[in-house]
Write a protein that binds this ligand. Structure first.
Ligand SMILES: N[C@@H](CCC(=O)N[C@@H](CS)C(=O)NCC(=O)O)C(=O)O
Ligand SMILES: [Fe+2]
Length: 327
């Protein structure tokens, strides 16, 4: 029986831009051309759903070379005890070992506010480089100040091995990758266009859930709308992989894969025909009702350091801080 978490390649691809009046966007043109060219060389994608944080980690590999990337890994964390554990990473490591993959990249779509990244742990075990969008420096400045981080905490992105600018491209084995800067949820969000698949991070969620919140520091609803609609200019058959699923009412199973065409037709917050002002009013209104994520304080102070814990104190113990009455 086929593994339902192993995504299948898409069908015929529509190469034409959707909106004739759209402003020139050479980065998007090159991403669109890449999606078309990749029809014959689609990545193998395995999803791992972390139920405690509703996060999807992906292992993406080139079937020809077995070179791989791990996107948005999760280090399990119990805030009551302050304990980290390998619960979420062990199945990822088992998959990598079973298929004999060589992991070149640990890709973050953004500095997550709801879970700790496992990138350093995976890097220790598998090698590879940790990468995130270049605007992470803004996130590091904001949260470095909030957490009154030690003077040695670099706020220039140098904790990461690689910082992506909009339009950067690289390869996973023979698979072409284009990075799209898609701010709005956070200033540093990126989406990874890998062959014919896009890992959208926290821009949009499944069509029946809608979109990511835009009320974190440096977030902006109008910017988010432009970013997600930019992704939706890719060909209709382009496969889109979400970073979270929060199981909306009316659905009884978690889901994380959809297409550009499905989002354009059915995304409850941002389908074709919803204009920017209407989206912004909806998004800002909804954001006022959302609680602060359960793990935002531990997550951000670790993820701003590329997933590394803060330095140990002189007793050898690592502490995470809780700023009181600040959020
Ligand atoms: N209940 C979750 C919510 C986490 C959350 O706020 N997730 C962000 C993405 S990092 C989001 O956009 N959520 C949209 C929503 O909750 O409607 C938690 O506490 O961890
Ligand atoms: Fe997020």
């Amino acid at each position: 029986m086929p593994d339902p978490t192993l995504a299948q390649p898409g069908a015929q691809i529509d190469a034409q831009p959707h909106s004739p009046g759209q402003v020139p966007d050479p980065v998007l043109d090159s991403a669109r051309a890449q999606v078309v060219a990749a029809q014959q060389g689609t990545p193998a994608i395995k999803a791992f759903f972390d139920m405690p944080t509703f996060t999807v980690t992906y292992v993406v590999h080139d079937p020809h070379t077995r070179r791989a990337a791990i996107i948005d890994s999760v280090l399990s964390y119990d805030p009551a005890s302050g304990r980290t554990s390998r619960e979420a990473v062990d199945p990822v490591l088992a998959h990598v070992a079973e298929l004999g993959l060589s992991v070149d990249w640990h890709l973050e779509t953004h500095a997550h506010a709801d879970h700790l990244s496992a990138a350093p742990l995976l890097q220790r075990e598998l090698g590879g480089q940790i990468a995130i969008g270049a605007h992470i420096c803004e996130v590091q400045k904001t949260f470095g100040t909030l957490f009154n981080a030690e003077p040695g905490f670099a706020r220039d992105g140098s904790d990461f091995d690689r910082l992506w600018a909009d339009g950067d491209s690289f390869r996973i084995g023979e698979l072409p990758v284009t990075v799209l800067h898609v701010p709005g949820h956070t200033p540093a969000c990126v989406a990874y266009v890998i062959g014919d698949a896009v890992f959208v991070g926290d821009t949009m969620f499944m069509p029946d859930y809608g979109t990511a919140r835009a009320d974190f520091p440096g977030g902006d609803a109008r910017t988010l709308f432009r970013s997600l609609r930019r992704i939706l200019e890719l060909p209709g058959e382009t496969r889109l992989f979400m970073c979270h699923d929060y199981l909306p009412e009316g659905r009884d199973h978690y889901a994380w894969e959809t297409t550009v065409a499905d989002q354009r037709r059915a995304n409850v917050h941002a389908h074709d025909g919803i204009d920017e002002d209407a989206f912004v009013a909806m998004r800002e209104g909804r954001d006022r009702t959302l609680a602060v994520p359960r793990l935002i304080l531990p997550s951000v102070q670790v993820n701003m350091r590329a997933g590394h814990l803060p330095p140990a104190e002189d007793n050898g113990v690592v502490y995470l801080k809780i700023p009181v009455n600040q959020l």
